[in-house]
Design a protein around this ligand. Structure first.
Ligand SMILES: *Cc1c(COP(=O)(O)O)cnc(C)c1O
Length: 393
């Protein structure tokens, strides 16, 4: 018997010694936990050979609509396509202005420029990292046609206010829900809705690392408007109204049956997955509460937070040194995102404009995201927390 008096010490040591490698996401371990169901679902697609538009796609679309409480779900090839199809369906014309935060993943603004629309960047709130309402109101001009709020890192943008502003100015709202699927929004009258179902259209991504991730690319659009739903389905399918009759210019954007089969299984676990993320976030936030150099992510009063990322702000900290300190302990972390939209070269024309986005400029150099996913175990969390704490001691 090796274990004697020092058993607990040894166990702690052994646990850390055998600790699974820490990753930003761990899709493999998540798969292994549901392997029999996922493999059976994939095999069913292989047996029927209905690779495109098969039963799995119809089932998943239906199940997702039920889960979200959305009347229509239109599957597509990825989240970027979803945003593009949404803007095409709204008949936005070149030169129309679309308001989005600069502090987001590039896909949100890239499609605006791709469609020859004019991206108008607004600032974010330093607490929620989502679109700032004062900045939004100031950005509206007679050319504004749509607002694209992003529920960044899994935290909902203030949709009740955004919808009121949009209504007052007769604007469309497309929610970029790629990071927040499953997030619950509570309105001031107590009614609840899932994010992505509040605006005129919601767009989401099933990229493998997203909260509901496929084994490849995938995306979807949500709406309660039948006319928009039909139009988006048509655009995603070459603008086709009847076979080989193409009424509008569209694109080719499909969710394939194997991805739908995987997503259909994972959808059953989405709430549990989001709860697992929330537990990790809570563990970190509790552990870092008395480190004055760390501002832990807040949870807005009007919604849940599904923690696609756990993003903290570092105050008076050399971020490169902090990252190197963690890397030496094999703790990965990421900067989401190192360059905000308004400073990207792709928006060259806009770079000449004077963007006044002080919060975005302030957040970019100080954000840092720690590993967060559904499969983190206690030993990993202890190691990460100790790694972070040791930097400040
Ligand atoms: C991932 C993501 C997208 C794009 O999704 P893809 O499926 O990768 O095209 C768009 N917006 C945000 C905020 C995202 O995080």
């Amino acid at each position: 018997m090796i274990l004697g008096k020092n058993q607990s010490f040894y166990c702690k040591f052994a646990k850390i010694y055998r600790m699974r490698k820490i990753q930003m996401v761990d899709t493999k371990t998540q798969y292994l936990a549901i392997k029999p169901q996922v493999d059976a679902a994939i095999n069913e697609v292989l047996d029927t050979a209905a690779y495109i538009n098969g039963k799995a796609v119809k089932d998943f679309t239906q199940n997702l609509a039920t889960y979200l409480g959305a009347e229509h779900v239109i599957p597509c090839a990825n989240g970027t396509d979803a945003l593009q199809i949404a803007m095409m369906a709204l008949d936005l014309q070149p030169g129309d202005e679309v308001i989005t935060p600069s502090f987001t993943y590039i896909a949100t603004t890239e499609v605006v420029a791709l469609l020859r629309l004019t991206p108008v960047f607004v600032d974010v709130d330093p607490v929620t990292f989502c679109m700032d309402m004062e900045s939004l109101k100031k950005a509206i001009t007679p050319k504004t046609k749509a607002i694209v709020p992003v529920h960044l890192y899994g935290q909902a943008a203030p949709m009740e206010e955004i919808m009121a502003i949009a209504k007052a100015h007769n604007l469309y709202v497309i929610e970029d829900n790629a990071q927040a699927i499953g997030c619950d929004y509570t309105f001031s009258d107590g009614t609840k809705k899932k994010t992505g179902t509040i605006g005129h259209i919601g767009a989401t991504s099933f990229y493998p690392s997203k909260n509901l991730g496929a084994f490849g690319d995938g995306g979807a659009l949500f709406t309660n408007d039948k006319v928009l739903a039909d139009k988006m389905a048509m655009i995603a399918n070459h603008g086709q109204s009847a076979r080989y009759y193409h009424d509008v210019v569209g694109c080719n954007s499909r969710l394939d049956s194997i991805q739908a089969a995987v997503l259909n299984i994972k959808l059953q676990h989405l709430d549990a997955y989001n709860q697992a993320r929330q537990k990790v976030a809570n563990y970190y936030s509790t552990a870092f509460a008395n480190i004055s150099e760390i501002i832990t992510p807040a949870i807005a009063t009007y919604s849940t937070h599904v923690f696609h990322q756990y993003t903290m702000q570092l105050k008076n900290v050399d971020r490169d040194k902090f990252i190197a300190h963690l890397a030496a302990k094999e703790i990965p972390c990421m900067i989401y995102y190192p360059v905000p939209g308004h400073l990207q070269k792709m928006f060259g024309a806009q770079n000449n404009q004077h963007w006044n986005l002080p919060i975005t400029d302030q957040l970019t150099p100080c954000v840092c995201s720690l590993p967060i996913h559904t499969e983190m175990d206690e030993a990993q969390l202890v190691h990460i927390v100790e790694g972070v704490q040791s930097f400040f001691n």
